[in-house]
Write a protein of this length. Structure first.
Length: 314
């Protein structure tokens, strides 16, 4: 009798957990997918559907005019190329520099290493707005220990160029770099030390061991970091709109899309219509995230495998 009760209790526990899991997954899916479906519905509506009381999700008049307007105002194809180049460059440089830093924290013990790693963790916790002004002033008057003044006679203004992103990526100080260093550190700590010791016995130094032995084994963590870095750089609006105010990238074009459209439309009513401007901006947002969705569809299997093998969930 006791055994049957235990089995019945386990059955009810399993059933209850299945219901809770279903509710959680459904709720999370709704939170993620609802805005996307809403933007898709808005982007294919005609302007007249905005004022129809019967139109909620399915438009009465399907139209691609919103896409045409958003592509024209954003100069979409040039913006897409610029954003892809910026994201790709920073992704590659960030992955390389953070892998070096993560390997150093995982394997090279030196005085003060724990204190430095605490500083890395602190960069994850500290809001970027706290250091925005000094970083901005440094980039506006960039002078590497007086070297720029010595060569050019004055500091160099790096704003409205890719250099702020390149320099921060090379020095493992780019957007979310602290998280990437932590991921690499956790992964390298999980690799047996015997692998390195065998390389040292064969005469390999630290650099060669890292490049020939450790880095090829870190492909899963590299995939994770590269995808995170690419997506976050693509979607970044804080640093991009601060450092690249006059460049055509997705963040700056999306933030100025309603204003640019209002300046270009010839109809005065359309110019003053905030609902129409919001419709075009929703379409622009959809166009901005579409390349990321396409990329994820192709690499999602590799991404899931890499997450399982990194220290994110371990």
């Amino acid at each position: 009798m006791t055994t049957s009760r235990l089995l019945s209790l386990e059955h009810w526990k399993g059933w209850l957990w299945s219901v809770i899991r279903f509710v959680l997954i459904t709720g999370l899916s709704f939170v993620i997918l609802f805005p996307i479906f809403q933007k898709i519905s808005t982007s294919i509506k005609d302007k007249g559907d905005l004022y129809s009381a019967v139109v909620v999700w399915i438009p009465q008049n399907f139209s691609i005019d919103n896409f045409q307007q958003a592509i024209r105002v954003m100069d979409y194809w040039a913006t897409l190329l610029n954003t892809f180049l910026l994201s790709a460059i920073t992704t590659l440089l960030t992955t390389a520099s953070c892998a070096l830093a993560g390997y150093g924290f995982a394997r090279l013990k030196f005085k003060g290493s724990n204190l430095l790693f605490a500083g890395v963790i602190l960069t994850i916790l500290v809001p970027p707005t706290t250091i925005l002004i000094p970083v901005y002033l440094n980039l506006k008057s960039f002078d590497l220990m007086g070297l720029m003044t010595l060569i050019a006679g004055k500091p160099v203004n790096l704003l409205n160029t890719y250099w702020p992103f390149i320099l921060t990526a090379i020095t493992a100080n780019s957007l979310k770099a602290g998280l990437y260093i932590f991921i690499f550190r956790q992964f390298f700590r999980g690799i047996p030390k015997e692998v390195e010791e065998a390389a040292y016995v064969d005469g390999a130094g630290i650099g060669r061991t890292f490049a020939r032995i450790m880095l090829p084994n870190a492909i899963p963590s590299m995939v994770t970091v590269m995808l995170f870095s690419f997506v976050w750089q693509w979607n970044d609006s804080f640093y991009t709109t601060t450092y690249l105010t006059s460049s055509k990238v997705m963040s700056t074009q999306l933030s100025s899309l309603p204003y640019n459209l209002a300046q270009q439309v010839s109809d005065g009513a359309s110019k003053a219509d905030p609902f129409y401007l919001s419709m075009i901006q929703d379409t622009g947002i959809l166009l901005a995230i579409l390349p990321l969705i396409v990329i994820y569809l192709f690499i999602q299997r590799y991404f899931v495998e890499s997450v399982e093998r990194t220290g994110i969930v371990g």
